[in-house]
Ligand binder design. Structure first.
Ligand SMILES: Cc1ncc(COP(=O)(O)O)c(C=O)c1O
Length: 450
């Protein structure tokens, strides 16, 4: 085992204590949860994670893009403690508290759009999506939703209606909420129309108009178009730069734009929201994951005019906007500003991207590298020419990284995510990328040998 500065793994994984927890988990917890590898966390600080057997890992997964300020940032911990001593719950569905208006004032000022905005709070990403689904129907009085294949918007019955990234998510739960129409996301590396960008001149948009709107989807019955500015669970897929602008023709038809920022939001792409990279101002946005540095909080922000279409009692959630989570969110926004985390995401993301691009040149199994800021994906293939998905190969690299002390996880079937906390240091990033490259090199050699 190589001696490294941050990643320190002694012996086989899982260690004895971790193996015992994994065995009990299989006995008592729902098998619907699918895990990447047997990491049993004992403690985590910043970008470093210790397991129950004393091994130390570099975190390139950030609790699935949640730990924006890293684990247990002292200011977040202080904020949680401060609030926990005052009151931990009072239900904003029936009463008021001060820190919630403070957070909302701050948050809506960061969401693009010169118009007035209002917020609704739940506890998770899926709840924010559910709220956006209800609100857009209520406001437009239209029944249909538009979403993309490859999309992930949650697994509750409503949000699952929009999700279309893996059949297993829907298996056994059909039928869902009527009525959502899915059309392909512009995944240029695997263009569904076998076109090449930019020569294609956004053929995907023409196809959508001709094959959907002209053939079977009544545009004046669409309430909202839900999209991730960069698809997350679908494989870290970045659309071409003008795509969302080209889709704006829908707005003239009264279709609301809902940008699902649950994974791309809170500075991860180097801008506060992912959609800011594409020059479109949505009517609604959904934010969760990174907003409270690990405490559960889901937010739906909408144009005030749209939000005001709801009457008292139409939507609420007992635990929504928990005051401790709200305080953690305020601390998160403060840290983002004082520690210039979006700048860090752009700078270290840019550096990492350069290094990942070099890996793409060097290794036959690296098919594509894409992303913005600290939201990056490495798509693994059997070989560059066939582009056959390297599912086993990606898993092999992920397992190698785990055994060497780096936590990377997959997105889609064969893409490795590089999503460390936004507080990651340059040295941690370099060591993590070194381990990742070792894993890629080892699998590349194995594939070459046949
Ligand atoms: C883009 C996006 N939307 C919605 C969700 C659902 O969020 P949650 O798991 O908090 O319900 C996720 C979760 O991964 C997501 O990535």
């Amino acid at each position: 085992m190589k001696v490294r500065r941050f990643a320190k793994v002694g012996g086989r994984l899982p260690g004895p204590k971790a193996a015992a927890v994994v065995a009990k988990t299989a006995k008592y917890l729902s098998p619907s949860i699918s895990r990447f590898y047997p990491l049993v966390v004992d403690s985590a600080h910043g970008t470093l994670v210790k397991d129950v057997d004393g091994n130390q890992f570099i975190d390139f997964a950030a609790g699935i893009a949640v730990l924006s300020t890293g684990s247990t940032h002292p200011k977040v911990v202080q904020a949680i403690e401060r609030q926990a001593e005052k009151f931990v719950h009072f239900s904003y569905t029936d009463f008021y508290y001060e820190n919630l208006v403070e957070l909302t004032e701050n948050l809506v000022s960061k969401v693009p759009g010169k118009f007035q905005k209002m917020a609704y709070y739940g506890n998770s990403g899926a709840e924010a999506i559910e709220a956006a689904m209800k609100l857009t129907r209520n406001y437009t009085r239209r029944p249909l939703y538009l979403a993309h294949t490859g999309a992930f918007h949650g697994r509750t019955m409503g949000s699952l209606t929009l999700t279309a990234s893996k059949p297993i998510q829907r298996k056994g739960s059909l039928p869902l909420v009527p009525d959502a129409v899915h059309f392909p996301f512009p995944y240029c590396y695997r263009c569904p129309w076998k076109q090449t960008f930019p020569e294609c001149d956004y053929y995907c948009v023409d196809y959508f108009k001709e094959q959907y709107l002209e053939k079977f989807v009544p545009v004046d019955e669409i309430a909202a178009y839900f999209f991730e500015p960069i698809q997350g669970e679908g494989g870290y897929v970045v659309p071409p730069p003008e795509y969302f602008k080209k889709m704006e023709f829908l707005r003239k038809e009264g279709v609301l734009f809902v940008s699902d920022e649950i994974q791309t939001g809170v500075g991860r792409t180097g801008k506060f929201l992912g959609i800011e990279n594409f020059g479109v101002v949505p009517d609604l946005v959904t934010i969760a994951k990174g907003i409270a540095s690990g405490l559960p909080l889901g937010v739906m922000v909408a144009r005030a005019e749209i939000m005001r279409s709801w009457k008292p009692g139409q939507h609420a959630s007992t635990f929504g906007a928990n005051p401790v989570a709200v305080e953690a969110a305020l601390a998160t926004l403060e840290i983002m500003k004082s520690e210039r985390l979006m700048e860090n995401a752009r700078r270290l993301g840019g550096k990492a991207m350069k290094r990942l691009m070099e890996m793409k040149e060097r290794y036959e199994i690296v098919g594509d590298v894409r992303g913005l800021g600290l939201f990056m994906g490495v798509e693994i293939v059997k070989d560059k020419r066939s582009k056959v998905r390297g599912e086993e190969e990606a898993k092999e690299i992920m397992d190698y990284c785990f055994r060497q002390g780096l936590l990377v996880i997959m997105a889609g079937r064969n893409t490795l995510r590089v999503i460390p906390p936004l507080t990651v240091s340059e040295d941690e990033m370099d060591e993590g990328l070194e381990i990742l490259e070792e894993g890629i090199a080892a699998t590349n050699s194995r594939v070459k040998r046949g």
